[in-house]
Design a binder for this molecule. Structure first.
Ligand code: ADP
Length: 541
């Protein structure tokens, strides 16, 4: 409607001079005044009074006419022409052509946004005679625009938070719109996709819900959600998206196309693939483990059966072997002592041999049974406090005859200290006798055997049996602790009793009592074996 004012003012121009020459200066105010008197403020008011603000200003900026709305605006600032319009008048004079202004006018809560058109009015001489302005209240429009912007922003934020890009197709399935972010995912600008069929850009993949089908879901004209869609990217790879969409209809119910979102699930899919692969591998390992476990079960059952058999064997052997042996030994002793009358001389030697062989056999059987007992975890030991001086004195007493027979000096076998160990007395004695027995056995006649006692870490007593015998070659120093291992396969050793169980048994016994047995040193000059035993907490003097 404000255009109406333009029309009226245009009548000031000569009909044949619609575009006044720029050279023309400002027109005379007389023309406008004439017009004003001709038109009359009453008529102008009748025409513009109820409209948005409008004014007509003279070339010096004096207001020739202002409708009620403009007057109200100007009155707020105590002027007839607002400062910005004073400048606008000047600009219209200078430019000699209309221009638009956008500004907020009015104070505080009454402030409104206006779009105004300022235009020069030319007199018949082609000079600018006045400047007119008509205003449009654009507050509503601007608010609508702002709220639309906000709405769009909100929508974008939501889309961005739930998906990567947005798409739209026309009624034939051709891409009508696709958001810029697709470039990030595919390296393809949206423009290149416009007009192409969505189903040509990528491929719908079958899902769990639609196994085996990879049909174009758009053709179903139904909303769909998270349908896998694969697109080849610019880098030669492919990316996987989850597409969701709804068919769109216009007010008349006419199908319009599809509109929807796409979410890049390439990484997620790859991670799921890896997880699936790992799960498969784990399942494989699990199967293997289960199979192994079954085998182990079987092996365990067999081992248990074997252990039980061993236990039974031990119990039987103990009885069955020892009973006749004890009889042989017992009767031989009786014969040796001549309990039933003296034996003819030739038989005395045989009886002595029978006794020695019987005792030796009993010792061997005892060793074998001991090893079997330890391995079958059937060995019972009873720990008590044992003074080492006593233990070593007992061992020496037992060894004395054997050493003397072989001319071995055992003067250094003795201990008069006060160390007390926690051990099974009989088994500890067995360990020391085994070590002393070996020392005497393998040392040549005329050699020396002795014992050194010490302590280690204030927790263990060490009993070292030494000799100046032949020693043990370096490569045999560990194997001698294994069952049936003998180093000295010489006539000398063969002549000696033993089947290679002594060290094995002694080490196992020492360990069973919380100590150990090691070969400390050995060379051509002799050997040093050390047995350790836990020291008793309260040493008894
Ligand atoms: P055995 O004495 O019944 O042969 P052992 O287990 O007690 O069995 O000893 C294993 C082997 O270690 C012996 O056969 C011998 O060769 C070697 N050995 C043990 N003690 C000594 C020692 N003091 N000096 C030299 N060799 C030894």
């Amino acid at each position: 409607m404000s255009e109406g004012m333009d029309t009226i003012m245009a009548s000031l121009r000569p009909a044949n001079d619609a575009a006044p020459s720029p050279e023309a200066g400002a027109g005379t105010p007389g023309n406008v005044a004439e017009l004003m008197s001709l038109v009359g403020a009453t008529l102008l008011d009748a025409m513009f009074g109820n409209l948005a603000p409008s004014y007509l200003a003279g070339i010096s900026g004096e207001v020739l006419y202002a409708n009620a709305a403009y007057q109200r605006l100007a009155a707020e600032s105590g002027q007839t022409l607002l400062p910005s319009h004073r400048r606008a008048v000047q600009r219209a004079l200078d430019r000699r052509e209309p221009f638009m202004l956008h500004e907020t006018l009015g104070r505080d809560d009454k402030a409104r946004i206006y779009t105004s058109r300022h235009f020069p009015i030319f007199g018949p001489d082609g000079r600018v005679a006045a400047v007119g302005a008509s205003f449009n209240d654009a507050t509503g429009e601007s608010e609508a625009r702002a709220s639309a912007r906000l709405e769009r922003q909100r929508l974008n934020d939501v889309i961005r938070s739930t998906s990567d890009w947005v798409w739209e197709t026309d009624d034939r399935g051709r891409i009508a719109f696709v958001s810029e972010r697709i470039t990030e995912a595919l390296g393809i600008p949206p423009q290149l996709l416009h007009g192409r069929f969505l189903a040509d850009v990528g491929q719908f993949l079958p899902t769990g819900a639609r196994p085996g089908t990879s049909a174009n879901v758009l053709q179903l004209f139904r909303p769909f959600r998270d349908v896998p869609f694969e697109i080849e990217d610019r880098r030669g790879g492919s990316r996987r998206f989850h597409l969701s969409g709804v068919p769109v209809y216009d007010d008349a119910g006419r199908y319009f196309g599809f509109r929807g979102t796409a979410t890049d699930v390439t990484e997620r899919h790859a991670a799921e693939d890896r997880a699936r692969q790992s799960r498969r591998e784990l399942e494989g390992v699990l199967e293997e483990l289960t199979a192994k476990n079954l085998q182990l079960d079987v092996a365990l059952r067999r081992a248990t059966a074997a252990t039980n058999a061993k236990r039974e064997f031990l119990a039987t052997m103990s009885h069955e072997l020892r009973t006749p042996l004890n009889a042989i030994i017992g009767f031989s002793e009786m014969m040796q002592l001549g309990t039933l009358g003296p034996l003819p001389r030739p038989y005395q030697g045989y009886v002595n041999d029978m006794l020695t062989a019987g005792r030796h056999l009993l010792a061997l059987i005892n060793d074998i049974l001991d090893v079997a007992r330890i391995e079958g975890e059937a060995m019972r030991i009873e720990i008590e406090s044992v003074p080492l001086s006593q233990l070593i004195a007992d061992a020496r007493a037992i060894m004395e005859t054997r050493a003397a027979d072989k001319h071995i000096d055992i003067a250094a076998v003795g201990y008069d200290g006060d160390l007390v160990i926690d051990a099974d007395k009989t088994r500890a004695l067995q360990v020391i006798i085994n070590l002393l027995g070996n020392a005497v056995k393998f040392t040549q006649s005329g050699g020396r055997v002795g014992i050194d006692v010490g302590s280690r870490d204030a927790r263990f007593a060490t009993v070292t049996v030494w000799d100046n015998g032949p020693g043990i070659p370096p490569d045999k120093r560990e194997v001698i602790f294994e069952k049936f291992q003998q180093v000295h396969e010489t006539i000398l050793s063969r002549r000696e009793a033993g089947i290679g169980l002594g060290l094995t048994l002694s080490r196992q016994l020492a360990r069973l009592m919380g100590g150990d047995l090691t070969l400390d040193h050995s060379d051509g000059q002799g050997s040093r074996f050390t047995a350790t035993f836990p020291l008793a907490l309260q040493p008894k003097l």
